[in-house]
Design a protein around this ligand. Structure first.
Ligand SMILES: NC(=O)c1ccc[n+]([C@@H]2O[C@H](COP(=O)([O-])OP(=O)(O)OC[C@H]3O[C@@H](n4cnc5c(N)ncnc54)[C@H](O)[C@@H]3O)[C@@H](O)[C@H]2O)c1
Length: 282
């Protein structure tokens, strides 16, 4: 059975639907009420270690034999709560999930880091494009700092427990199909979405990445940038970069609409291949 924290959320619902479609037993853990999906739901606050331990241990026979955890519960962006609340919520909940998993012998953990650790909103330009996992984190907000600390905690937990796998997915901006109606409004101003290099991730492709990460046989702490294969823009990349980041080195040729949030590592290591895209859905 796979426990999904934050199961009531945008990514959590898509993740649970995808896991169920692929034959997994899933249980949702969230402070909020359940979704419309037919999954057992446990109301628990993962900032509380006791509740996290109890939820991951399995509340009763409905939620026993937990073999993996997908940790998505968080305050999911800067500015939604006072910074210290975002920092404390996200840092402590991630610690609690890692520690509860470790104590319970659950070695398979996938969690949502964030594209923000790449240096969003790029008021300081990125070191190069496409951005990837190869340069040190550059958090610019308490939210992003909480995610970077989660990545660093994962490394230490995996040093303590070399058999553990803790995969952090640096998700881009999560979109549901209805969100694509907003995309025409992005087109006139290249600066409007420069904050994440014009990237996005369809919740269903995020779910695919989560499932592939759960199924991956690697051990240790790893991070992957997870975005869709294209940008949110009709304008070609060269034109966007000339307008907004003229001095940022372009490390390689990219296709006119190819993502500037490199997903090469996820493709290579996880076998991730995005299936959705706003151009087809409109
Ligand atoms: N939405 C994005 O664009 C985006 C981008 C990158 C990373 N992420 C990360 O992905 C994850 C999921 O994001 P989302 O967009 O689905 O957010 P969301 O707000 O839709 O879902 C988060 C869920 O977590 C729950 N939650 C919050 N605090 C909790 C707690 N203490 N205990 C239990 N449940 C709690 C909420 O009730 C909510 O249902 C988050 O970790 C977020 O930081 C999101």
């Amino acid at each position: 059975m796979i426990v999904v924290t934050g199961g009531s959320g945008k990514a959590g619902r898509a993740c649970m639907a995808d896991l169920m479609e692929h034959g997994y037993d899933v249980v949702s853990v969230d402070v909020a009420k359940p979704t419309d999906l037919d999954v057992p739901h446990t109301v628990a606050d993962v900032t509380d270690f006791g509740q996290t331990m109890a939820a991951l241990a399995g509340i009763d026979e409905r939620t026993s034999d937990v073999t993996g955890v997908v940790h998505l519960a968080a305050i999911p962006a800067p500015g939604l709560a006072p910074n210290h609340v975002t920092f404390a919520t996200n840092t402590v909940s991630t610690y609690n999930v890692f520690e509860a998993a470790r104590r319970l012998g659950i070695r398979n953990v996938v969690w949502a880091s964030s594209e923000t650790v790449l240096g969003l909103p790029f008021d300081v330009p990125p070191p190069y494009v496409p951005v990837d996992e190869e340069y040190p984190g550059r958090p610019e907000s308490a939210y992003s700092l909480s995610k970077l600390l989660g990545e660093q905690m994962a490394e230490q937990f995996c040093r303590w427990e070399p058999e553990m796998k803790i995969i952090g997915l640096r998700l881009s901006n999560v979109m549901l199909p209805d969100d694509y109606a907003r995309f025409p409004g992005f087109q006139d101003d290249p600066a409007l979405r420069k904050w994440n290099l014009w990237g996005y991730i369809d919740a269903r492709d995020a779910a695919q990445a989560i499932r592939l990460a759960l199924e991956s046989e690697i051990t240790g702490a790893e991070v992957f940038v997870i975005a869709n294969a294209d940008t949110v823009m009709q304008a070609p990349n060269d034109k966007l970069l000339d307008a907004v980041f003229p001095d940022v080195p372009r490390r390689r040729d990219v296709g006119v609409h190819d993502t500037l949030l490199a997903i090469d590592k996820a493709r290579r290591v996880l076998g991730y291949e995005p299936r959705y895209g706003w151009r087809e859905e409109r």
